[in-house]
Write a protein that binds this ligand. Structure first.
Ligand SMILES: [Zn+2]
Length: 308
């Protein structure tokens, strides 16, 4: 039997047919045009799935289920999008409407949860029953897999790992609180830290960049720039402190990092692992989870959704 996974984003609707080995055998996408009505977007999602199945000569009888990953707060029990600021939806019964139009069973979860599930069935955390995913982008997203299942708390209000306090009364966070992990471990945060460092360092290579972003910071660091290296060291400490907290709560088998900053490679992953090894509760007398980069990239969301 095949499964269908849909990754609904603010820019694109991506869909894939996934086989029993959890490989994507066909993929397609359409532009979301998020300013359109939810009805129009859902109609395009339906069309995309129908087209994919037809192109690959797969009948509906051969499809076991459909899963959708959607940004925002999702009531996974009913498949309702409670609120999504990316696509500006409020109380849309996405699951029920798609089930009716596709005549297939449909499940809906948050997109970060789908990515976490995708990595556990076919990616860097394959065969792990317990894992944590942190996405390091403009914000810090979180996904928790416990006993092989997505954990999102009551009424999907949990798993907001980015909005746990790292430093009480610290930097302002997008959520209205101060000192959240997101305010210290997001891409936005490393840029803020690097800008502060380069101000004190007139010779820094960072002054040569028109725009300071994660790529610029890690590139300058590679060229032995002191300000960039100090910024990364500080960032690593914040991120790793956050990870140690989650390890102490969940003791997952693996911690995966996704999002823009996760592409930094060894300069990030290595010191984070050293820090976690040194500070997680029980030290080397206990199991220390490895921190790794996500493996499936954008496909994680599709494969995860197909496995809901
Ligand atoms: Zn916050």
């Amino acid at each position: 039997m095949s499964k269908v996974g849909i990754d609904l984003g603010g820019t694109n609707i991506k869909a894939g047919i996934v086989n029993e080995e959890n490989e994507i055998i066909a993929k397609g996408q359409k532009k979301t045009f998020a300013q359109r009505s939810a009805e129009e977007i859902m109609k395009d999602m339906e069309k995309l799935v129908e087209e994919l199945l037809e192109e690959h000569h797969i009948s509906k009888e051969q499809v076991e289920k459909v899963g959708i990953g959607c940004p925002g707060t999702i009531d996974s029990k009913t498949g309702t999008v409670i609120y999504s600021n990316n696509i500006v939806w409020e109380n849309i019964e996405l699951g029920a409407i798609m089930e009716n139009s596709l005549q297939l069973p449909v499940k809906v979860y948050n997109d970060a949860d789908c990515a976490a599930l995708g990595e556990t069935v076919a990616g860097a955390a394959k065969d792990c029953n317990n894992m944590i995913l942190l996405t390091l982008g403009t914000g810090v997203g979180g996904g928790i897999i416990l006993d092989g299942k997505v954990f999102d708390g009551y009424y999907a209000g949990g798993a907001e790992l980015g909005h746990t306090t790292l430093i009480a009364g610290g930097e302002p966070c997008t959520c209205g609180r101060k000192g959240c992990l997101e305010a210290y471990a997001s891409a936005t945060a490393i840029i803020r830290i690097a800008k502060k460092k380069m101000e004190q360092e007139k010779e820094s290579l960072l002054h040569e960049y028109n725009e300071i972003d994660g790529v610029a910071i890690f590139e300058a660091a590679k060229n032995n720039d002191r300000a960039a290296n100090e910024a990364i060291d500080e960032y690593v400490m914040y991120l790793a402190e956050g990870i140690v907290n989650f390890v102490n709560i969940f003791r997952p088998e693996k911690v995966l990092l996704g999002g823009g900053i996760s592409h930094a490679g060894d300069r990030l992953i290595q010191p984070v692992n050293e820090y976690v090894k040194k500070y997680c509760f029980g030290g080397n007398r206990t199991y220390i989870p490895e921190v790794m980069q996500m493996k499936l990239g954008n496909d994680a969301g599709i494969i995860g959704a197909a496995n809901l």
